[in-house]
Design a protein around this ligand. Structure first.
Ligand code: LAG
Ligand code: CA
Length: 474
């Protein structure tokens, strides 16, 4: 179940982390559709426990499969899916099949009004009882398969997916989302479930809903969160036949390179040569909602220049099923998403340039990022040719005769006449500006009859990237 069911030539997913359903529906119509985004990963849609201070992670503690969360109710969810599908933007839901909520003192109340007694493994709104869970134990050895798959991940009550009843409830939940028109799922904590159980569940869910524009017999797209740094007992290879798998090494290595800890020239062999999964099985990202909160090599919006360079490379290089992160601003890991005094999520607001202002970061609305989403649509299915580098941190390459990109992560100018592989003409650099009403608001590049153009990315430039393509020709 590796086909994401993208519409037309689109091919980038954006994770609108913690957005409300009504806001996502608006965003599909006013921005994502027009800008050529292929799909949205939405935060968990089913009811969760209410935690003190409303940290984002309360949504990873389910208490029922009712579609009521701070993002909205079932009607709002259904309307979002329809409105997004109508403008060619698919919806993928983050689903929690591994666990329910963790211990809670006494009776817990969920975002949809359900009550549960997690400490007793009692979730009457599903219903689940203690028998539906594995025995309580802690994961202390991450290389012990039994512990990883049958103990409690950070104390979350661990469902037993080999039981008929649990399988039935999980399949019913996924079928319900498909009925409402979603195109697939991000499977949370997949490594913590036996792949045989997941295989049974994935193959039992219904086909995508033809009333939402999907062809007959279309299977839901599945991408599974398996954190495998290359030496785990439970490996990503146990899952990648069932669906795509999140390629965490991509995120780590791209962060390392663009932070200056590995020269960009080495990226010439980016992809499977680096030990990554095959391109069609890898869900790729610069950062996700978890690792953007960790220190280390992974980049996030707080290092914007490097982040935009890494994202440009991500979207220009022919590897992976790409997902762009759209964050809310945070200073500490547990911080709640933007909310009002009543603890309701608030809607994003925009400045004159379309950027978000009120706590939402909206990386997906940064010109350098959405213009690269369009670049990737334009160059879809072309080969990478004419790799060039300066032996260090300046690189460039063509994508067929449709696009050309150059990146400068050295502290010196890149000033070279390079083969762009494009037909002769004037092209608008979609990083320093955009093509608006036939004029370029940034730098432009003239390409001669032999495909050569003078490329300059100087130390004075705001961004370290230059990208031109045939859909932004003057
Ligand atoms: C995931 N993928 O496998 C999610 O991407 C990740 O965000 C989830 O953790 C995790 N698996 C479980 O779905 C998040 C937070 C945790 C949080 C957990 C449950 O990263 O910090 O744990 O959701 O809400 C929190 C506390 C823990 C505590 C636990 C149970 O941080 O200290 O033990 O709640 O009370
Ligand atoms: Ca488990």
């Amino acid at each position: 179940q590796h086909n994401p069911h993208w519409w037309g030539n689109r091919n980038t997913i954006v994770h609108l982390f913690e957005w409300k359903w009504t806001d996502i529906a608006d965003e599909c119509e006013r921005f994502l559709g027009p800008r050529g985004y292929a799909g949205v990963q939405v935060s968990p849609a089913n009811e969760n426990i209410i935690s003190e201070g409303r940290p984002w992670w309360e949504r990873y503690q389910p208490i029922s499969y009712k579609l009521v969360t701070r993002s909205g109710n079932e009607l709002e969810f259904a309307s979002m899916v329809k409105r997004c599908n109508d403008v060619g933007v698919r919806i993928y839901v983050d689903v929690l099949l591994n666990h329910m909520s963790a211990d809670f003192d006494g009776l817990a109340t969920g975002t949809g009004g359900s009550v549960a007694e997690p400490a007793k493994k009692s979730f009457p709104s599903v219903p689940y009882t203690a028998d539906d869970f594995h025995e309580t134990c802690e994961i202390t050895d991450w290389n012990d398969r039994f512990q990883v798959q049958q103990c409690e991940l950070v104390g979350l009550k661990d469902l037993n997916q080999s039981r008929d009843w649990v399988r039935t409830k999980l399949i019913e939940f996924l079928d319900h989302l498909i009925e409402l028109g979603v195109a697939g799922f991000r499977v949370d904590a997949a490594k913590h479930m036996a792949s045989e159980d997941l295989s049974f569940i994935y193959s039992s869910v219904r086909d995508l809903n033809i009333n939402h524009g999907f062809p007959n017999n279309a299977r839901p797209f599945i991408y599974q969160e398996v954190i495998d740094h290359g030496h785990e007992t439970v490996t990503r290879e146990e899952y990648n036949e069932l669906g795509a798998v999140t390629e965490f090494r991509f995120s780590e290595e791209i962060g390392k390179a663009f932070r200056g800890n590995n020269a960009l020239k080495w990226l010439q062999s980016w992809g499977t040569d680096w030990g990554f999964l095959s391109s069609g099985q890898a869900l790729t990202f610069v950062d996700n909602h978890d690792n953007q909160r960790d220190s280390g090599d992974v980049l996030n919006y707080k290092s914007p220049k490097q982040y935009k360079m890494a994202t440009a490379f991500h979207l220009a290089y022919p590897y992976g099923i790409s997902r762009v992160m759209s964050s809310f601003g945070f200073d500490d890991r547990d911080q709640a998403p933007p909310q009002d005094a009543q603890e309701q999520l608030i809607s994003p607001e925009f400045d004159v340039d379309g950027g978000c202002t009120n706590g939402w970061i909206c990386e997906h609305r940064w010109r350098q990022i959405y213009n690269m989403v369009e670049f990737k649509n334009t160059i879809r299915d072309t080969e990478l040719t004419n790799w060039w580098d300066n032996g260090d941190n300046q690189i460039a390459f063509c994508r067929g005769s449709k696009g050309f990109i150059a990146i400068n992560n050295n502290l010196s100018n890149l000033s070279e006449t390079l083969q762009t592989c494009l037909p002769a003409g004037e092209y608008c650099d979609v990083i320093s500006g955009s093509l608006v009403n036939g004029a370029c608001t940034g730098k432009s590049v003239s390409v001669d009859g032999n495909g050569y153009g003078y490329i300059h990315i100087g130390t004075e430039d705001f961004d370290g990237v230059l990208a031109i393509h045939t859909d932004a020709k003057l």
